[in-house]
Ligand binder design. Structure first.
Ligand code: TC6
Length: 300
């Protein structure tokens, strides 16, 4: 049977509180944490979990561009945790319900004019999302049906496989340097693990955004399909991945990713401090302000 649930979580708690809940196993056990309704228009995430195939499709629907705010990241983390703990869910497809955009990356407003404490809390949520997704036992496929810069690209390369809409208006890449900021080591390593050292070096230093054909060429995405076939292609690919003996696939995935994950796990606090010290610098704040103005001008 097909279970559709939409999640809109009143996020008043900090992420550390979420950890506490998870560690006590309450997130998956508690039905009060999740309202199960059909396609609520206010929800930032819609999850369609087909229990016969064991595949969940997570639709990001946070207008206008699925930028990853603290609230949205928290919502994503709770959903990932819930799906991970659900034995009936073996595969996850991540896609967007917003037109033209998969995700615009981290919400720039979360990094501009905020207190160090708030920046730290935000960064912890970014780490948490990456740790959950990169270390997931599920097969994860990004169905990239729009542009996917910076944190949107990170989310994509954190999945096992990427299928992108073959539309030259869309682009994908880690363009952080274009904002005057620096992708942290675990963004960089995820990229290296995907496209190799040399491509990552060029890509990150120049803050490149790749058109779909270029992204395919360097291995940043695995497959291009017409825009209206992104989800169906992801579903087909999922079937193939799920046919592999599960235990062997999971151990192999863990073997490939473990060292990168461990590096962040054992340095989380230092990584948060680095981010906070960096992002709150006057010069970096100025760069972010100029970038936001540039975005607005582009629109006008
Ligand atoms: C160390 C840290 C590492 C950092 C990692 C990151 O991810 S850094 C992130 C790096 N990310 C990027 O460099 C991506 C920047 N964004 C883009 O390039 C484009 O928005 C687009 C191609 C994603 C979509 O184009 P489109 O023509 O469909 O849409 P549009 O351009 O008209 O935008 C609509 C509205 O959304 C707003 N807004 C947009 N993005 C963000 C954001 N991230 N945040 C907040 N707001 C954002 C935009 O200002 C506008 O607001 P307004 O004026 O309505 O109040």
């Amino acid at each position: 049977q097909k279970l559709t649930f939409s999640l809109k979580i009143a996020i008043s708690s900090s992420l550390s509180k979420i950890h506490l809940n998870v560690s006590h196993g309450r997130l998956c056990a508690s039905s009060t944490s999740f309202s199960q309704r059909n396609n609520s228009s206010s929800a930032n995430l819609k999850v369609d979990h087909d229990q016969t195939t064991g595949v969940a499709v997570m639709h990001m629907q946070s207008p206008p561009v699925n930028s990853l705010s603290l609230d949205f990241l928290t919502e994503i983390c709770i959903t990932l945790e819930k799906l991970e703990m659900d034995k009936g869910c073996r595969g996850l497809i991540i896609t967007s319900s917003q037109p033209k955009v998969f995700s615009a990356g981290l919400d720039i407003l979360e990094m501009y004019g905020k207190s160090p404490e708030r920046c730290g809390e935000f960064w912890k949520a970014v780490q948490e999302m990456w740790l959950k997704l990169y270390g997931s036992n599920m097969v994860t496929i990004a169905a990239i049906n729009g542009s996917s810069p910076a944190g949107g690209c990170l989310m994509s390369i954190t999945c096992d496989y990427r299928i992108m809409a073959d539309n030259p208006r869309y682009s994908i890449g880690l363009n952080e340097t274009m904002l005057g900021i620096v992708a942290p080591f675990w963004f960089k390593e995820t990229m290296v693990n995907t496209v190799g050292h040399r491509n990552t070096e060029i890509s990150l230093e120049l803050g490149l955004l790749y058109k779909p054909a270029e992204a395919l060429n360097i291995g940043l995405v695995d497959q291009l399909v017409p825009e209206d076939q992104v989800l169906s292609a992801a579903t087909q690919t999922m079937t193939k991945w799920l046919a592999i003996p599960e235990h062997a696939r999971q151990i192999t995935k863990s073997m490939m990713r473990k060292s990168t994950i461990e590096k962040l796990r054992s340095n989380r606090e230092a990584d948060i401090q680095n981010f906070v010290n960096f992002i709150t610098k006057e010069s970096i704040q100025k760069s972010l302000r100029m970038y936001m103005e540039m975005l607005k001008q582009k629109k006008a």
